[in-house]
Design a protein around this ligand. Structure first.
Ligand code: HEC
Ligand code: HEC
Ligand code: HEC
Ligand code: HEC
Length: 512
């Protein structure tokens, strides 16, 4: 070996760690990508990994619960896709060498057994000092992690998991009093001469404060469950409390952890600059693409229970004839084009998204044919033997991929000019937007009339034609919630009424 290559070998093999850095997340809710419904979306695991790789330090990676799922009681129809999504997320965390996590209430969304099965296959060390299931501890109470600081000295960090019984856990799970459990673990860890003690908790910010108030010896509490945005950690006595908002939009970072000080701590926004550079596809990128390719297959499910909310919608082709003016207004709003963004992000078959970006594909409705998003009927000409023309009525099922470009055309067309649809097809349509819609029996795609106007089943021939429900804030907020339209809300998560009025005006159809 030449001198130079020995020198290079030494540099490469002893990649120096600058410091021990803690990175933490909470309430990730199974999010793999930037969460789409914002004009400036942040987050995503590809960005997280690229950011972590930019840190030259020895990392301790923790997650404070609600890593896998986004709600406590999701509809059964989401199960197949969401479990596959959770598996993808766990695999990505293994690739990032994630260290430890504590269970959150929503991690049990599809049952206790599903959660235990999922995390058994992952390399993440789940910790929970005060959780028992059938009188047994399922996860170890704590683990001591050894990380190297910049002088090469080993730092021993004791991390313990802690939950709070007041949260909505599944019935079969028992949670013991947290403060007592914490005190026991702290003294145990002290006996083992750890340099630092971290409580990894899922109990909400208020309970984290009580924990800090009533114990001695915890250096950091990495908390979850209340989506708190703590740009500067809270300090109570000698304990710092940390939380990093939600959905992986920000990653919490505490460099030089071993100093027990926080001068460089911050929440790193996972912005565009952390995307894979052009031409590079990281392993995590490939993993997520593979999951998305699978979505179509995973969207086909059988629902055995018939649930409420299966009203038969007319869908907008049935309204156009009598409400031309409103139709022409509506089609120019982005509501009419709401499938396009799913199409562009390859998530047309993501059931969760369809629930708000489409009609009648409600999560609780028993979907026999998810792959049909429109039905068009037309007379097809058949030549008979004797040169006579014969017609038969065709009812054609139209897929999400096919209806999206059509709706996009309807959205951008000029009423006076004619537009075309499927020119190659002998049954192709030509005409103004309302003419091209005429042959459609149903189009469920996009945000449309009956999302806002809950007309009666036999409108306008019901006894009380004016009986349709008035449009209120509630009509809009079931989709424009804090998570999806956060600019509609003030910093304390209350609806900004002034802005709401403006938004309402933007989409209010004109009267005749
Ligand atoms: C709870 C209802 C809801 C669900 C579920 C939902 N969306 Fe949305 N989405 C919205 C709303 C409301 C908007 C409009 C946000 C705004 O402009 O205020 C939106 C807008 C978007 C946009 C456009 C953002 C922009 O800046 O123009 C994208 C992209 C998007 N959604 C993707 C998705 C994807 C992908 C999914 C599934 C993973 C999804 N949405 C699930 C309600 C939802
Ligand atoms: C056969 C014609 C016809 C069709 C089809 C029709 N409407 Fe109407 N609609 C009317 C008439 C007529 C009125 C006026 C009733 C009145 O004010 O007495 C009306 C009124 C309304 C109103 C305002 C009055 C109210 O109830 O608050 C809304 C909203 C409305 N229709 C929505 C729809 C939607 C959505 C569809 C499609 C699912 C639809 N209509 C289909 C004829 C029709
Ligand atoms: C995003 C919500 C939204 C969508 C989607 C929507 N509308 Fe409207 N529409 C409104 C609002 C808001 C008004 C104003 C009157 C009100 O507050 O009820 C209105 C008014 C109307 C009126 C007039 C009511 C009157 O009092 O004269 C009709 C008719 C109507 N819409 C039909 C339609 C039809 C047909 C479609 C689909 C092609 C549609 N709307 C799509 C929100 C919506
Ligand atoms: C079924 C879900 C849903 C409902 C209900 C809904 N929206 Fe939306 N809204 C969306 C989605 C999705 C988008 C984003 C569409 C896109 O950009 O692809 C959106 C976009 C918008 C926009 C931007 C429109 C534009 O043309 O740029 C406004 C404003 C808006 N919504 C207001 C409202 C108001 C006000 C209500 C209640 C009357 C309402 N929405 C009801 C889902 C919904």
């Amino acid at each position: 070996m030449s001198k130079i290559s020995i020198f290079l070998f030494l540099i490469l093999s002893t990649k120096p760690a600058n410091a021990v850095t803690l990175v933490f997340s909470n309430d990730v809710y199974g999010e793999l990508e930037t969460c789409g419904c914002r004009s400036n979306p942040m987050g995503g695991l590809v960005r997280k990994q690229n950011y972590l790789l930019s840190l030259k330090d020895d990392l301790l990676q923790l997650d404070a619960g609600n890593l896998l799922f986004s709600s406590l009681d999701p509809p059964e129809s989401l199960k197949t896709q969401q479990i596959e999504q959770a598996k993808t997320l766990l695999k990505a965390h293994d690739l990032m060498k994630h260290d430890a996590a504590v269970p959150g209430t929503k991690d049990f969304a599809f049952g206790v057994k599903t959660f235990f099965d999922l995390v058994k296959k992952s390399k993440i060390q789940y910790l929970a000092a005060n959780l028992t299931y059938k009188n047994k501890h399922v996860f170890p109470p704590y683990k001591i992690f050894k990380k190297k600081n910049k002088d090469g000295k080993t730092i021993k960090i004791g991390v313990f998991g802690l939950l709070h019984p007041q949260l909505p856990w599944p019935k079969s799970i028992h949670i013991k009093a947290p403060i007592e459990s914490a005190k026991k673990i702290i003294s145990e860890l002290k006996k083992q001469n750890v340099d630092l003690i971290i409580a990894l908790t899922h109990q909400g910010l208020e309970n984290d404060k009580k924990l800090a108030q009533n114990t001695d010896g915890i250096d950091f509490i990495v908390g979850g469950g209340s989506e708190a945005f703590l740009q500067t950690p809270l300090k109570i006595k000698k304990t710092f409390i940390l939380q990093s908002s939600f959905r992986n939009q920000y990653i919490g970072v505490i460099p030089h952890l071993e100093t027990k000080k926080i001068p460089e701590s911050h929440l790193e926004p996972l912005e565009e600059k952390w995307d894979d550079p052009p031409g590079k596809f990281s392993e995590i990128h490939k993993l997520i693409d593979k999951f998305k390719k699978n979505l179509k297959k995973l969207s086909v499910i059988k629902i055995t229970k018939k649930t409420n909310g299966t009203k038969e919608y007319g869908t907008f082709p049935q309204c156009v004839g009598c409400h031309q003016v409103q139709f022409d207004f509506w089609r120019k709003t982005n509501h009419a084009n709401a499938l396009k963004v799913l199409y562009d992000s390859k998530q047309l078959y993501q059931r969760e998204c369809m629930n708000c970006h489409s009609l009648g594909k409600s999560l609780t409705a028993p979907l026999q044919s998810y792959e049909t998003l429109a039905i068009r009927s037309y007379q097809k000409e058949k030549k008979s033997k004797y040169g006579l023309k014969k017609y038969s009525l065709i009812e054609e099922k139209i897929s999400p991929e096919e209806i999206t470009p059509f709706l996009n055309k309807i959205h951008s067309a000029d009423e006076k000019k004619t537009m075309f649809f499927r020119k190659k097809d002998p049954s192709y349509l030509k005409g103004t937007p309302s003419q091209t819609i005429h042959p459609f029996k149903k189009i469920w795609g996009s945000v449309q009339c009956e999302h806002c106007h809950q007309t009666q089943q036999n409108h306008p021939f019901s006894e009380n034609p004016q009986g349709s429900q008035r449009i209120t804030e509630k009509t809009c907020l079931k989709c424009h919630n804090y998570e999806r339209s956060n600019e509609w809300f003030t910093s304390d998560k209350k609806l900004d009424k002034k802005l709401f009025k403006i938004k309402l005006k933007m989409i209010s159809c004109p009267r005749e």
